[in-house]
Design a protein around this ligand. Structure first.
Ligand code: SF4
Length: 268
């Protein structure tokens, strides 16, 4: 489904922005804003001062990002944190591809997307000394897909992309997110991707950052899931169960991002 998008072009002073995300030194965002427009997207909160219209209806393009990409930086560079680098307009615009082409290949790069379009750039990604590609997976289909992220590629397409990248010799990971109690089937994702990825990241929905509109959607349609996320005792039991489930899987992971004050991250 194609949805009209407003494109806002601007020049940036810097592309590699110091990040406060644990384990990430720099964030690279050649785009801000995302056509996929996931209803729970946390990036809309980070971009709230950009007054271009509803989330999903606009994309800001840093025109000079390819030139700025040449810089050599030490540490892990993550692409992207306030957009999807392979959202639909990238197919024609090829802005992400140009950024990758110009990027210093000594930089340690980690890309995250929900789109199989990333496979198009496997040739450039292979030129990096140290690059890994992640696909976000969450098993949303049917009603929850329509309610939460109607415009993103289906899960099968994302798993196929991981397979293609893996077969192209790239390091891959699965980012299982957002985990919503009673909806996201973590075990099914691991089953589907075993042998295709080197490691897994787990992230429970950040209910606060998902915004009021998404909280309402969840409360009205999945009241039990909402209750688990908002009741400390139920949430604690859910996390204990999730920990045990993941431990039994025998996979490589650092832990679970839980977005709770005082226990943001649970190492495994
Ligand atoms: S694909 Fe990612 S950046 Fe884009 S709207 Fe969805 S969650 Fe946000």
């Amino acid at each position: 489904m194609d949805v009209a998008v407003r494109i806002v072009k601007r020049r940036a002073r810097e592309l590699y922005i110091k990040s406060r995300i644990p384990g990430v030194d720099y964030a690279v965002n050649q785009y801000a804003g995302c056509q996929f427009g996931c209803r729970y997207c946390y990036a809309k909160f980070l971009c709230r001062w950009k007054d271009y219209g509803p989330w999903g209806s606009w994309v800001e393009v840093k025109e000079n990002a390819p030139e700025l990409a040449r810089k050599h930086v030490k540490g892990t560079v993550v692409m992207s944190t306030v957009s999807d680098p392979y959202q639909p307009l990238e197919a024609e615009m090829k802005h992400t591809r140009r950024v990758l082409r110009f990027m210093d290949k000594r930089n340690r790069l980690s890309i995250l997307t929900k789109s199989p379009l990333v496979t198009r750039d496997a040739d450039i990604l292979r030129e990096f000394r140290d690059a890994e590609v992640g696909l976000t997976l969450n098993t949303f289909s049917g009603k929850e897909k329509r309610l939460f992220e109607p415009l993103t590629p289906i899960q099968r397409a994302r798993v196929n992309a991981l397979k293609e990248l893996h077969e192209a010799g790239l390091r891959t990971y699965a980012f299982i997110s957002p985990i919503i109690p009673g909806i996201t089937d973590v075990e099914a994702v691991v089953e589907e991707t075993k042998g295709l990825v080197e490691r897994y990241f787990f992230e429970v929905l950040n209910l606060r950052a998902s915004g009021r509109e998404f909280q309402r959607i969840l409360r009205e349609n999945y009241s039990e899931s909402y209750e688990i996320l908002t009741d400390e005792e139920k949430f604690g039991r859910f996390i204990e169960g999730l920990k045990e489930e993941i431990k039994k899987m025998g996979i490589i992971t650092e832990g679970i991002e839980v977005h709770r004050k005082g226990w943001d991250f649970i190492p495994l």
